[in-house]
Ligand binder design. Structure first.
Ligand code: HEM
Length: 470
């Protein structure tokens, strides 16, 4: 009996397990998710992996993942990469333990920041940022230069969350290189991922230089956040207009208890939202543009919808975004194959039996591999690996069992920014499809880079302005 799984021996693991290093041989510490996907394909819906004494149970099968979505028996587990982010994000929303009082407090104070009214208020700012991107893309297109898709999507999504949430402008489009906030963030995420695969006792030795750099990165992130908060406080609050996220963090008391977020907690929330609010959306947009460039017939169908629904309205309104049904399906399908937050952890809240077969003790936990759940042939068919947005037409969605599609996690701790991300990404794809034809680089093969999140590495696309369209 180990790890809260009394019958662990019945869960398969890779053959040829070695003393000390366990199953680590042949795996690449930089691509833990893709390595685990390969293992899952061989070992089945539940399996375990051990590296240097740390053993982890993985769930990739749809039936078991659905069972773990039962909130009466399972809850979010703060482990692995999420726990490794605690030194920087503390009890911020994403990294808080379920029973930490600041989770409920911040959740209740910030949830109205994602209401329909709030989103409608962010919409014009999302449009402004996309127009900045298109200025930049027009110049590249006119010069016949390919654009750096992940780099530019990161500029776009960082500017969007910074302006809508915090009334702050990072000036990303005025820079050739990524904003140093982005470089520091990537450093911190990649370090948290590496900490997963280095045994604790060896960390001081193996990660000496990396941990020193990590401290520098963390300090930079905190300084950036402090400057954003200071600017708002000195402008007397209300800087972002009618209650953006920062106003809510600084000024809103809990509706029932009257409690407010402490200064330390505000710092952690701002950082959490600046990171969680852009990195995954950037990946989602980048993967979607990859598939749209690669499959002109799908792009044409999406573009025809945009032309039909929006015409040449220069600035489509908030309500016109949700009408892009097919564009939204392209995004849904993108997040099926490449959920950019590729896994989440669940722990048993009581002694229970997973899927009627695997006893788990209270506190026992497993990592749900969303990338595998979303490719389970039992649910998605023999062509599960193929990109096909029609999997998300209304009838197909109704026909699928519940809890089979989880790009935003599950239950009480699911993504608070889901609507924000989907609205932003649908709007941006609609605007880009209307304005450009996408020409893929014929030599490009999809390479996925991992830093807790997923991103298509080195994706470049050429653009052609569509004559007569905005
Ligand atoms: C939580 C995915 C966009 C803020 C989560 C979780 C997932 C996720 C899987 C649950 C993690 C877990 O169970 O450990 C995504 C994806 C996005 C996206 C795929 C884009 C395509 C956003 C945006 C924001 C945001 C735009 C903010 C504006 C958060 C926060 C949490 C969270 C604060 C923690 C919620 C809580 O525990 O109460 N996200 N997210 N995310 N996300 Fe997102």
């Amino acid at each position: 009996a180990e790890l809260g799984w009394p019958e662990l021996h019945r869960i398969p693991h890779p053959p040829h397990r070695l003393p000390l290093i366990g199953d680590a041989l042949g795996s690449n510490p930089r691509t833990p998710v893709q390595d685990s996907m390969r293992l899952g394909r061989r070992l089945g819906p539940i399996f375990r992996r051990k590296a240097f004494g740390k053993e982890i149970v993985f769930v990739g099968g749809a039936a078991l993942a659905a069972d773990m979505a039962d909130e009466s028996r399972f809850a979010k587990h703060v482990g692995l990469g999420v726990a490794n982010l605690r030194p920087v994000a503390g009890d911020g929303l994403f990294t808080a333990y379920n029973d930490e009082p600041n989770w409920q407090l911040a959740h209740d104070v910030l949830a109205p920041g994602f209401s329909r009214e709030a989103m409608a208020g962010y919409h014009p700012m999302m449009l402004d940022v996309t127009e900045r991107l298109m200025d930049h893309w027009d110049r590249a297109g006119a010069a016949g230069r390919p654009v750096d898709v992940p780099g530019d999507m990161t500029k776009l999504t960082l500017e969007t969350i910074a302006r809508t949430g915090f009334g702050h402008d990072f000036g990303s489009f005025e820079r050739d290189r990524p904003h140093p906030f982005v470089s520091a963030m990537i450093g911190v995420l990649a370090y948290a991922q590496r900490r997963n695969v280095v045994p604790d006792p060896l960390a001081p030795l193996l990660l000496r230089a990396a941990s020193r750099q990590n401290a520098v990165d963390m300090a930079f992130l905190n300084d950036t956040v402090d400057a954003v908060v200071r600017a708002r406080r000195s402008s007397g609050g209300g800087g972002g207009g009618a209650g953006d996220l920062l106003d809510r963090m600084l000024e809103t008391a809990h509706p029932e208890t009257g409690e407010r977020l402490s200064a330390t907690n505000v710092r952690r929330q701002v950082l959490t939202f600046l990171i969680a609010g852009h990195e995954t959306t950037s990946g989602a947009l980048s993967f979607a543009l990859h598939y749209l460039a690669l499959r002109p017939e799908l792009a044409a169908r999406a573009r025809a919808e945009v032309d039909r629904v929006w015409g040449d309205t220069p600035r489509p309104g908030y309500d016109q975004v949700a009408k892009l049904r097919y564009v939204r399906r392209v995004l849904d399908e993108t997040l099926r194959l490449w959920p950019t937050a590729p896994a989440y952890s669940r722990e048993a809240v009581e002694d229970t039996v997973l899927g009627g077969a695997h006893p788990v003790r209270r506190g026992g936990w497993a990592l749900v591999l969303t990338t595998m759940l979303h490719r389970d042939p039992e649910v998605w068919g023999a062509d599960a690996e193929a990109f096909d947005p029609d999997r998300f037409d209304a009838a197909a969605v109704r026909a699928r069992p519940p809890h089979t599609y989880k790009p935003f996690g599950t239950g009480a701790r699911a993504c608070i920014g889901r609507q924000f991300a989907l609205h932003e990404a649908t709007l941006v794809l609609g605007l880009l499809l209307r304005r450009y034809e996408l020409r893929p680089d014929p030599a490009y093969r999809l390479t996925v880079t991992e830093r807790l999140t997923l991103m298509p590495e080195g994706l470049r696309v050429r653009l052609e302005r569509r004559p007569g369209y905005r």
